[in-house]
Every structure is written in C-alpha cells, then in structure tokens.
Design a binder for this molecule. Sequence first.
Ligand SMILES: Nc1ncnc2c1ncn2[C@@H]1O[C@H](COP(=O)(O)OP(=O)(O)OP(=O)(O)O)[C@@H](O)[C@H]1O
Length: 254
Amino acid sequence: MSGALVAEGLHYRYSRRGPDVLRGLDWAVAPATRTVLLGPEKSGKSTLLRLLAHVDRPRSGRVYLTEGGDARRIVGWLPQKPPWLSGLTVRDQVAYVGWLKGLSKSDAAARATDCLGHVGLADAAGQLTQGLKPWQRSRLALAEGLVHDARFLILDEPTAELEPPDRAKFWNVVRRLSRDLAVVVSTSDTREAAVEGIDRVAVLSGGAFRFAGARDAFLQLAPAAAPIPRNRKLDATERAAWAAYWSLLGEEAR
Ligand SMILES: Nc1ncnc2c1ncn2[C@@H]1O[C@H](COP(=O)(O)OP(=O)(O)OP(=O)(O)O)[C@@H](O)[C@H]1O
C-alpha cells in the first residue's frame, strides 16, 4: 500500500454564477506524510479538503488514489464542526462512525475502544458527547477519523478552538499516530507549520497554491509568523515573518 491521494485540475464554485473558489488545483498527498494546509480565512481550505475526502465533487478535475480503489474507504475526514448525535456516549459515537464506514458492529465497538485509547480519551468513553470540552471534542474527532483504519486523515481546522497548551497536546497525539498514516491539517495559524514532525506545507490563496513543498523550504521563505497580538506592536522578527508570509500570498505586508 504505497499510493498517493492525487487532485488533478480541481475547479470548484458553489453555484453556477458564483465565483471560482478553486481554480485548477493540482496536488498530491504522499502516503505517510504530515502536511499543514495554510491559507487566510475564506481562501478555500475547507472546500479543497471536502473534495479530497470525496464528500463533495469538483465542477471539473478529479481526485483519485494512484493505486486505485475507493478513496472513501481509506480516507478519514473530520469537518471543522463535526455533527454530534445527541444521547450517544463517546464510545458509541466512534463505533457508529466505524459501522457507517463498513465495519461490523462488533469490530466497530472493539476498534472504537482501541482508538479512544490511542487519542487519550479512554477515560471519557462512557460520557455523553454533549458535555465534552473543546480538547476532548478534538480528540473524539481524531478517533472517528481513525476508527476504520484510514491511511489518509484529513482534518479541517481541528485546533481552531483550542488554547495553546491543548494545541500542543493535540499535535503530540497526531505525532504518535501510526507513521504509515498520511495526515493533512488545515489551519490559518502559520505557527502550526513550524510544529515538529510536519513534513510538507501548502499555502492556498485566491483559489491557487502560492507554495507547496517541504516544510523547511517554507520556513526559509516565511519563518512561521507569531499571531498578531492584540494591544501590542509586533517586534522586528514578527514583522519580518508576517511580511514574508503576506508576500508569499502575493499581497502587500499589512
Ligand atoms: N456552502 C457555501 N455556499 C456558498 N459559498 C460558500 C459555501 N461554503 C464556502 N463558501 C465560500 O467559498 C469560499 C471559500 O470558503 P472555505 O470555507 O472553503 O474557505 P476556508 O479557507 O476554509 O475559510 P475559513 O478559514 O474561514 O474556514 C468563501 O468565499 C466562502 O464564503
């Protein structure tokens, strides 16, 4: 099993007369790589990830596995706001997703227990999903992505609601996942490109990639910028990092 997940010539718009959100994108996600997909808000990250995960279809172009087969069976997908089924426990929710992905009931239940252990949520297995904290929800989403043995895990802004310490812990969990798994994470926080263990970075803006390549090459062009702090002027290093990032996006420094 060594094929890539490939996007070829992807065009997308939400309505016939609407603006192009993606303008002919080509991309390949290699197996067993960790990729951060960066881009400003509304740049089309979620749209691209939905197409990669086969939950939506491009207007033109295609998404396929180089080794052939049904991508839906080996791609795990976590939307930014996963739907929660009320009244289910954490374990039942993960098992339900496994069953939807084609596992038998008993396999889904066993896998659910394993996956909750992998993501550090074993203690919450019997809790109802409604009462979970943001960090627990992000782990539950990970477990749902893993329950059917995905080889590509596509996560849409899983860290957006997390405080910095919980973000760091989330990334620790991702780093500990099987090295055979390819993980793609979207975020608008450029600092996440600098997280240890990331191999690749892609920067999406205006419906096209402004950069797609090795993380080290990205960090040379735009050293991961700090967030723009409120009530404080940027220091010279932060200003330079942001200027480099905006220039990658093809925009003037703000
Ligand atoms: N269901 C929809 N109907 C119409 N337009 C949409 C829909 N979803 C997204 N869009 C538009 O498509 C563009 C890209 O949105 P998308 O959510 O893919 O970007 P994003 O980079 O993921 O944004 P964010 O960082 O804010 O989540 C935006 O202009 C958005 O308004």
